[in-house]
Write a protein that binds this ligand. Structure first.
Ligand code: MLT
Length: 281
């Protein structure tokens, strides 16, 4: 079901799916929120929605400025976007939440965990990181914001999107890469610049990994340059309980490049969350 919530003067669109019937031992499952990255929209998770909607309640937003959710110039920080997600979970009265974010969606998920830890049962960083941007990355983002100003956001996306995928996937599935580039034309340049500014301003969140007593999930790919395996392996040592998966021959888009494997990982992770809940309740 497609729904909207009003937040800071604009609608945020999201998909809300309840399992038709419960399968596979995930009784009384948590609500899973999947938060997309840059430059994406909620339906990029179609393979996960298809695989997981039988197992748990799903909330899949289009972040403000993406998909059907209009750009909101009043949002300035990753924390503002975390508040936007909270508007959805509050509307849906979610009391048991697992949040999994892809890349930029992971940065927002971490800010959400920082601000709203109470009902959170688990957090997944899918090709994402708790580190802040390095000085080089910040400089590259500033350059990219200028490039977008000069040539427009879609032209920038055309050059950056292919680098998100592993070489083998790109040569086997050029149409998938092309489709994402094509979808880039739907973005306003102002939205993409806002995303880059807030990503560059975000702070390190590694303290949350040891501070929160929830299980964390980390997914990277052997060819993921944005959230490389070595960073996530180091971060996975911090929580009390963590699952880490490095996808072979995958880039930054494992949930598309290796959809079946990622779906299996997500189900395993939900089972782990469920199992730990059983021990504490
Ligand atoms: C994303 O996939 O959301 C972006 O690559 C995030 C980033 O640029 O750090």
């Amino acid at each position: 079901m497609q729904k909207t919530v009003h937040y800071k003067g604009k609608d945020i669109h999201y998909t809300h799916l309840n399992p038709a019937r419960k399968k596979g031992g995930l009784a009384a499952p948590a609500t899973l929120m999947l938060v997309h990255g840059f430059p994406e929209r909620g339906r990029i998770f179609q393979p996960q929605i298809a695989a997981l909607s039988q197992h748990c309640t799903l909330l899949v937003p289009d972040l403000p400025g993406s998909g059907d959710s209009p750009y909101n110039p009043d949002l300035h920080s990753i924390a503002d976007y975390a508040d936007a997600l909270q508007a959805i979970t509050a509307t849906e009265q979610v009391t048991r939440l697992v949040i999994i974010g892809h890349s930029m969606g992971g940065y927002i998920a971490l800010a959400f965990a920082d601000r709203y830890p109470r009902n959170l049962l688990g957090l997944g960083l899918m090709h994402s990181t708790a580190y802040a941007d390095s000085a080089d990355k910040k400089a590259n983002r500033l350059k990219a914001i200028q490039t977008m100003e000069q040539y427009g956001g879609p032209a920038f996306l055309k050059s950056m999107i292919p680098a998100l995928f592993a070489a083998s996937f790109k040569s086997a599935h050029p149409a998938v890469v092309q489709e994402l580039i094509q979808a880039g034309n739907d973005f306003q340049t102002a939205t993409l610049q806002q995303y880059y500014r807030m990503m560059l301003d975000r702070s390190d969140k590694t303290y949350l990994l040891s501070q929160l007593s929830i299980p964390f999930l980390f997914i990277s790919g052997t060819e993921d340059k944005a959230a490389p395996p070595k960073d996530l392996i180091a971060q996975s040592a911090l929580p009390q309980t963590a699952m880490i998966e490095i996808l072979d021959q995958a880039g930054h888009m494992g949930f598309i490049e290796k959809a079946d494997e990622v779906n299996r990982i997500l189900l395993d992770y939900l089972s782990l969350v469920q199992c730990l809940q059983g021990q504490t309740t």
